[in-house]
Write a protein that binds this ligand. Structure first.
Ligand code: BGC
Ligand code: NOJ
Length: 814
């Protein structure tokens, strides 16, 4: 069953009924001001950091699930009836409804008793504000006297404090009202230099800034007293809960349409210019007034929207594909690239499943996210790499997370996830291959943000590599530390106290438990580093990396191979995990995927056998599950993985993030049919038809789909912020379609299904547009290349002379 449809022309998903199985959301903003918006206008906004600079309040896990957001109410002043044109929160039976989620904007439109209302929400480029463009049309045969109300609830900035410290919070709220603009200035009198504003393009008939004055005591957002009365009370908040609500009166003739613009924004003032007059406590509004005046004008708002549209056209235009599969095209050309922007911006911080409080930007996560983002805005990828590297510790280890506002490592979570350092090599490698900008490696970058500790970025990579060599276990495999990629395989935790964090509790000294996954990652990252070293003219250093890689490869064969598949780990007693000897958790996806994608066992058939075992034991119609058999009880020595009921999350859920590792593994053994088949199983667009089972948005990947051991098999959770976005983008574009960046240039190495006759790609790479056409002449993956009409040996398109605008590539597969 579907709840809408893809409008590929407009690059929108159109939801046609408000009651989707879960809120289906979109992101507003792609630089510094961000918002999350659901298909019924729920959600919130923040500036840079969802925890430290929350602009509007949102209550997670509410009932109903999604209440609180960017609400507009319409009231028929003739009858007194009122409704929400976004359906929530009043939930009237609308005559028409649609929500169009597009690239950086959402338009919710509906019709109720002959009144049509459509609101377009977006964040203009280079501005710290959001615009709600509301148009109201009277389709009745007679005139309509209407009232329009806006409302948002302000958050007192630190979202964590805001939802816990009520003895203080109820006394600190402050607002100002001037020229119909509501200013939220809690804590501005002391250490904050920022405030929020909420403005309206029309002359207002009233306002409220105190929540209970707007709602009335004992009422919710579905039935606000002010809206019911048709009259707000011009309340000024002192403490309690500041809100912003405008009241606008509209008289519409039959057929008449009017536009109203609401502008919600964030503004900073220099510390010494906070007040006007300077010795007062009144916000200095000089700078912000110009911004407000600009966007109150419809033509300016429309102009800003047009700019946003062009921006996305350009970004998506960097890589466009035309394959025989509509789901591939739609995801690569539109939604997967778009999701990669969201994961780049948010890491795993703020979604409808990530509260914005729990996590900042992950070291492991953000490095991987670059794989799907670096071709879009390489400059921002570069900045991110430098920020991440600055949270690396002198040992080569890394803070697991940092807060985007302060760019400091997060002490609560700390470090000791022994896979982390290698992801920096992977992230840097992706950047270098995309851009050829080798100057990055010479950038001075501190350790733990400590001034004076700077070394060239290249040394950070060296320390990453050595971090593992200095931490090998009894079998010569890397020690796992707190966890590796699988945050829930906590082999040094041994926690018996409820509420302890599995990731930060360690009751063992960490000298025994080893990770075969990190071994595979070491092989991949080590080869990458060797390539980088070679390019820096460090031939013998490169050789020494390759020697270590070869040694690790041997160790994996000796101690990481179980006969039919790769082992997963050794526990604190040096017992195998992910082995036929185990009663549960006999085989794990991570090592089958990662070792094969890293090239371990390609020459001697181990990779193929691991992939066969994966197909036999882990693959399901909804995707590949993380391990089998699921853990049926809690294992003290394994940690969080066994805390989940069977079939969910890391305990045998379909953890979509690592499905592309197997997909890439399949391309490495030349099996395009299997690769694309796996790709399709978790492709959200291909799953649109079963939305009642999948339940999450059909336009973005979710972190997890419940595995076959779960009662809700096939149900997705944790949509949007997942490494799946970058990895699947990378797997389909660079390994299945095979348009692959390398240090030397662009490689053309497709491994596509046998049934495909070919495909086309237009890809901008290092400033040159490559128009690539691939045709099948036989069933294999051997490539014959023709570049600008001339045959070229091998699969590398030679870098064209400077100034070249475009290159035509024809590839024939035999
Ligand atoms: C989840 C993991 C996640 C971790 C982050 C765990 O509860 O299962 O997927 O990475 O928390 O701290
Ligand atoms: C989600 C986390 O963000 C990611 O870092 C981790 O690798 C996976 N969960 C698996 O546990």
């Amino acid at each position: 069953m579907k709840y809408g449809y893809f409008d590929d022309q407009k690059r929108e998903y159109v939801i046609t009924q408000p009651e989707t199985p879960l809120p289906w959301i979109n992101y507003l903003g792609c630089q510094a001001y961000f918002g999350i918006i659901s298909n019924t206008a729920g959600g919130y906004s923040f500036y840079r950091d969802a925890r430290l600079r929350r602009i509007t309040r949102y209550r997670y896990n509410n009932a109903p699930y999604d209440v609180g957001g960017r609400y507009v109410y319409l009231r028929d002043d003739g009858s007194g009836e009122f409704w929400s044109p976004s359906w929530q929160p009043t939930r009237n039976k609308l005559e028409e409804y649609s929500c169009r989620h597009g690239m950086g904007y959402t338009t919710i439109a509906s019709k109720y008793r002959g009144i049509e209302a459509s609101t377009r929400y977006f964040v203009p480029l280079d501005e710290n504000l959001e615009i709600w463009q509301l148009s109201v049309t009277n389709h009745r045969p007679q005139a309509a006297e209407l009232s329009v109300f806006s409302v948002i609830e302000f958050c007192l900035w630190d979202a964590q404090d805001d939802s816990t410290n009520f003895q203080r919070n109820f006394s600190i709220g402050q607002v100002e009202m001037e020229d119909g603009v509501i200013y939220h200035k809690t804590e501005y009198r002391e250490r904050r230099d920022h405030f929020a504003f909420f403005a309206c393009s029309e002359k207002i008939a009233g306002y409220d800034t105190q929540r209970e004055a707007f709602l009335g005591p004992y009422r919710g957002w579905d039935n606000p007293a002010g809206v019911e009365r048709g009259q707000l009370s011009n309340s000024v908040a002192h403490g309690w809960a500041p809100v912003g609500s405008h009241h606008v009166k509209l008289s519409l003739k039959p057929g008449e349409c009017r536009q109203i613009i609401f502008v919600l924004g964030y503004q900073e003032n220099p510390q010494d210019q906070k007040f006007d007059p300077p010795d007062s406590q009144i916000i200095n509004k000089k700078a912000v007034k110009a911004v407000i005046a600009k966007y109150r004008v419809a033509a300016n708002a429309c102009g800003a929207f047009e700019k946003l549209r062009l921006y996305w056209n350009e970004l998506l235009g960097l890589c466009q594909v035309d394959t025989p599969d509509v789901h591939t095209n739609r995801m690569v050309n539109i939604w997967n690239a778009y999701q990669c922007m969201a994961t780049f911006n948010m890491s795993r911080s703020a979604s409808f499943y990530e509260s914005g409080i729990g996590r900042g930007l992950g070291f492991r996560d953000s490095n991987q996210d670059l794989l799907g983002f670096v071709h879009m805005v390489p400059g921002r990828a570069r900045e991110r790499i430098l920020d991440l590297a600055a949270t690396q510790l002198p040992t080569g280890g890394a803070y697991h997370q940092y807060q985007p506002l302060t760019k400091r490592g997060n002490d609560d979570v700390g470090s000791g996830f022994n896979d982390d350092p290698h992801w920096l090599i992977i992230g840097v490698g992706a950047y270098l291959k995309e851009t050829g900008d080798w100057s990055l490696l010479d950038e001075p970058v501190p350790y733990d943000n400590e001034p004076g500790s700077e070394t060239p970025l290249y040394e950070h990579l060296q320390r990453s590599f050595h971090y593992t060599l200095e931490r090998l276990g009894p079998h010569g495999l890397p020690l796992i530390g707190r966890a590796d990629w699988n945050d829930c395989l906590n082999l040094n935790c041994f926690s018996e106290s409820p509420g302890q964090s599995f990731q930060t509790t360690t009751n063992k000294d960490g000298k025994v438990a080893e990770s075969v996954f990190i071994a595979g990652l070491f092989v991949l990252a080590g080869r990458e580093l060797a390539d980088i070293a070679k390019h820096r003219g460090l031939g013998s250093e490169a050789c020494s990396y390759l020697a270590e890689v070869a040694r690790m490869d041997t160790t994996i064969r000796e101690h990481g191979w179980d006969g039919e598949w790769f082992l997963r780990a050794y526990d604190d007693f040096s017992r195998k995990i992910g082995s036929k000897e185990n009663a549960e958790g006999k085989i794990f996806i991570e090592t089958q995927g990662f070792c094969t994608l890293a090239g371990v066992g390609l020459e001697d058939g181990l990779a193929e056998r691991a992939l066969e075992s994966t197909r036999k034991l882990l693959a399901t119609e909804h995707g590949i599950v993380l391990q089998q058999p699921a853990y049926s009880k809690y294992y003290l020595e394994y940690g969080e993985i066994s805390s989940y009921p069977p079939g969910y999350k890391e305990n045998a859920g379909i953890f979509c993030h690592n499905n592309p590792w197997v997909i890439i593994g399949e391309t490495r053994v030349g099996n395009g049919d299997a690769a694309h088949d796996y790709y399709t199983r978790i492709n959200p667009s291909a799953r649109e038809e079963i939305s009642e089972v999948h339940r999450c948005e059909p336009y973005v990947y979710a972190q997890m789909i419940a595995g076959r051991d779960a009662p809700t098999y096939g149900e997705a959770k944790n949509s949007w912020l997942t490494g799946t976005a970058a990895w699947n983008y990378y797997a389909i574009t660079q390994w299945i379609l095979g348009i692959r960046t390398s240090y030397e240039g662009l490689l053309i190495a497709p491994v596509i299904p046998k049934g495909w006759r070919g495909f086309k790609v237009s890809r901008k790479f290092r400033g040159v547009t490559y128009e690539i056409e691939v045709k099948r002449a036989g069933e294999g993956n051997k490539v014959c290349l023709e570049v600008n009409g001339a045959p070229v040996q091998g699969s590398l398109v030679p870098l064209p002379p400077a100034g070249t605008k475009s290159v035509a590539v024809k590839a024939t597969l035999h």
